[in-house]
Design a protein around this ligand. Structure first.
Ligand SMILES: Cc1ncc(C[n+]2csc(CCOP(=O)(O)OP(=O)(O)O)c2C)c(N)n1
Ligand SMILES: [Mg+2]
Length: 339
């Protein structure tokens, strides 16, 4: 009997999962110290049973956020097929952004890319009482009681999660993120009580094609200009690089060529498909911004997505693309998916 693409993907996912090796104890300890926001392997907890248990729980939490995000992508399509859902732009392939959420504090203001499902779920896992899956479903279905846009648009946002809603106009949130990063310290000087703690880090994520938008170039320039003047700009730019902007490939190395050697901008390349090493790099980047109050640019290598998947597949292949979509499963951090 013919299987649907979702069933085939699910079967592949289960087989891939079953073939994964168990975590070694050494890995578990290294990861626990990382979960404690220490990027060095080897902490006081190393070697204890609590360390291993802590590691297991931490990685399970990450995994859960990533899988739930991927499942929401599938459900978005099922809802659309039933005429009950109105938005299908997915987060598949970008699930490594959950690591960024976990490296930040839940109170750090976030202005997110439209592929930040795993970030949203991971952040919500740090805020008791959150209902992130329901929030996203309400957005997909344009329900009036969706928490941030009241069903007017599908966005990631929630006041309790310090996630500021954005439109899908690419890069439009970056000037706002710069302004917010500047305002954190300026507010005190103006006698205004800011909503966020003074040592917050602002995070703004966006895609690899978005880096070419004049709004991005202007925002990065403004951040660097302010930092050059000695103003605190605690802003983490996260470029989720999936190599495509709709159907147009980003030339290999372009993001690093454009942003990797800007005076005043700390830059790092992170491969989202390798979560353990990605975690230490991301945690270090966040701590760097928090301590130095200087802008930092993190290129997070992702895979698989495009803005308008069906149209993209036709334009890139001349017909619907099914093979990769149906045979590639989740290695949660970053593998191509069907969305
Ligand atoms: C200002 C603006 N121009 C064009 C678009 C149409 N558009 C939607 S997604 C997209 C490509 C974005 O690519 P990228 O930044 O790499 O993000 P990805 O979807 O690959 O994660 C474009 C051009 C838009 N949303 N906003
Ligand atoms: Mg892209």
């Amino acid at each position: 009997m013919a299987r649907s693409p979702a069933e085939a993907l699910d079967a592949h996912f289960r087989a891939a999962l079953a073939s994964l090796p168990d975590l070694s104890e050494a890995e578990a300890h290294m990861r626990y110290s990382a979960s404690d926001k220490s990027v060095e392997a080897g902490t006081a907890e190393e070697g204890t049973a609590e360390a291993a248990e802590g590691a297991r729980r931490w990685w399970e939490g990450l995994y859960e956020a990533q899988v739930a995000s991927r499942q929401l992508d599938f459900v978005a399509r099922e809802l659309q097929e039933r005429g009950e859902g109105f938005y299908t732009i997915g987060s598949a392939g970008h699930e490594a952004n959950a690591l960024v959420a976990l490296a930040l504090r839940p109170s750090d203001p976030a202005l997110l890319h439209y592929r930040s499902g795993a970030f949203y779920l991971a952040r919500a896992s740090q805020v008791p009482g959150s209902t992130p899956v329901r929030d996203v479903l309400q957005g997909l279905m344009a329900l009036a009681d969706e928490p941030i846009a009241g069903g007017r648009h599908k966005v990631f946002g929630h006041a309790d999660l310090s996630i500021i809603p954005q439109t899908s106009t690419i890069a439009s949130h970056l000037p706002r993120a710069v302004g917010l990063a500047l305002a954190l310290s300026r507010a005190g000087r103006l006698g205004v009580e800011p909503r966020w703690p003074a040592d917050s880090v602002v995070v703004a994520s966006f895609g690899d094609a978005s880096v070419n938008h004049s709004t991005t170039t202007g925002a990065v320039n403004a951040a660097l200009n302010a930092a050059h003047r000695g103003l605190p700009v605690p802003l983490l730019f996260v470029c989720e690089d999936n190599g495509l902007g709709v159907s147009v490939p980003t030339p290999p190395g372009w993001v690093s060529a454009a942003y990797g050697s800007r005076p005043g901008l700390t830059y790092l390349d992170v491969d989202g498909a390798h979560p353990a090493s990605a975690w230490s790099q991301i945690a270090a980047a966040v701590e760097h911004v928090r301590r130095s109050r200087r802008p930092t640019f993190l290129r997070l290598q992702c895979s698989g997505s495009s803005a308008t998947p069906a149209a993209t597949r036709r334009s890139r292949t001349g017909g619907p693309r099914t093979s990769r979509a149906t045979t590639t499963g989740i290695r949660c951090s970053a593998r191509p998916g069907p969305c």
